[in-house]
Ligand binder design. Structure first.
Ligand SMILES: C[S@@+](CC[C@H](N)C(=O)[O-])C[C@H]1O[C@@H](n2cnc3c(N)ncnc32)[C@H](O)[C@@H]1O
Length: 313
């Protein structure tokens, strides 16, 4: 089955990266393969896209689909993609193994894919009976429910506040610990979502990107921030992002471009500061690029996407 994930800001990614025939690019977040496909078509049989993901299911599904797509295209039997099951923070090790010294561009499209959200076994979807897991790579590290069972009340509150920017973090942490003390540990995503909804009021978020555009009013599920915080923690998402941003300039050719699409302010701040503070970068996006109203209408997930790009001097 092909992915249900729609790549965000696809045209913007192509415009900024401007992939060239014969070029070498890293897609650190393969997901459903939409961005990798577009890159592979532009680099052609002489080029290469190194497509990475921590999620083996995403790798398997996208590899199968992309092999079919490129085999059906009689001019391009040679699929110019290498699939790598690894954290993108180790992209330099993947390049070493492929004997590639420097690349023309790096793309990150952060967060989780619609396929992961729809997979009811993995706990990403708030109303699923799946285990409260939230790992991109289920073979590595502890699950969200194991993390909650290990941490003290104060640590849980700090985590939810720091990574979810959730104002009701203390109340949520207290309820989680009370439940655990009654020998009722949180096992499923639904159990956590119900607990959080009982602690946090529903909020509406009004988005208005430019004066010309219509306002989008979106109802935010009260559980969103807590799930985001736990997902960031179990996957060390911010550590991975910082890791690749530190190493990227060494592995980009002069003139090579890095593009990062983020979905919340913590990630966006890390990208913005990394581009600003390292003199090896020339910033290409003074303000982040965001999705048009048309794109948001077709793909509501695009509403919080922010694209930042920088060129290696
Ligand atoms: C938003 S999706 C990418 C969608 C993709 N651009 C497309 O066009 O379909 C993000 C993907 O990145 C993966 N991911 C998240 N953090 C990662 C990391 N540190 N290293 C590698 N993959 C990661 C997730 O497993 C997920 O499949």
């Amino acid at each position: 089955m092909h992915s249900i994930h729609i790549p965000v800001l696809l045209q913007e990614v192509i415009d900024v990266l401007s992939p060239k025939q014969g070029g070498i690019y890293v897609d650190g977040t393969l997901g459903g393969g939409g961005h990798s496909e577009a890159l592979a078509r532009r680099v052609g049989p002489e080029g290469l896209v190194v497509s990475m993901d921590r999620d083996l299911e995403a790798i398997d599904q996208s590899e199968q689909w992309l092999r079919q797509v490129f085999a059906a295209d009689s001019d391009r039997r040679n699929l110019p993609i290498r699939f790598v099951h690894a954290n993108y923070r180790y992209f330099d090790e993947a390049l070493d193994l492929l004997n590639i010294e420097k690349v023309d561009g790096i793309l990150l499209d952060l967060g989780l894919s619609s396929d992961q959200l729809a997979d009811r076994r993995r706990g990403f979807s708030f109303d699923s009976e799946g285990e409260l897991d939230l790992r991109f790579d289920p073979s590595e590290g502890e699950t969200a429910s194991e993390l909650l069972a290990r941490l003290k009340e104060e640590e849980i509150a700090d985590l939810i506040f720091q990574y979810g920017e959730e104002r009701c973090s203390r109340r949520i942490a207290r309820r989680i610990v009370e439940r655990q003390q009654q020998s009722r540990p949180l096992r499923t995503a639904r159990e956590l979502a119900e607990l959080v909804r009982a602690c946090v009021p529903v909020r509406w978020k009004t988005q208005c990107k430019t004066k010309k555009q219509n306002k989008h009013s979106v109802k935010i599920d009260p559980a969103t921030r807590t799930f985001q915080a736990l997902r960031i923690a179990v996957n060390d998402e911010l550590g991975s992002l910082q890791g690749i941003l530190e190493k990227a300039p060494q592995r980009l050719k002069p003139g090579g471009v890095m593009v990062v699409i983020s979905f919340h302010s913590l990630e966006d701040r890390i990208v913005k500061n990394a581009f600003r503070d390292d003199p090896r970068w020339e910033i290409l996006t003074k303000k982040p690029l965001v999705a048009s109203d048309e794109e948001i209408e077709c793909n509501p997930r695009a509403r919080s996407a922010k694209l930042r790009a920088a060129r290696k001097y």
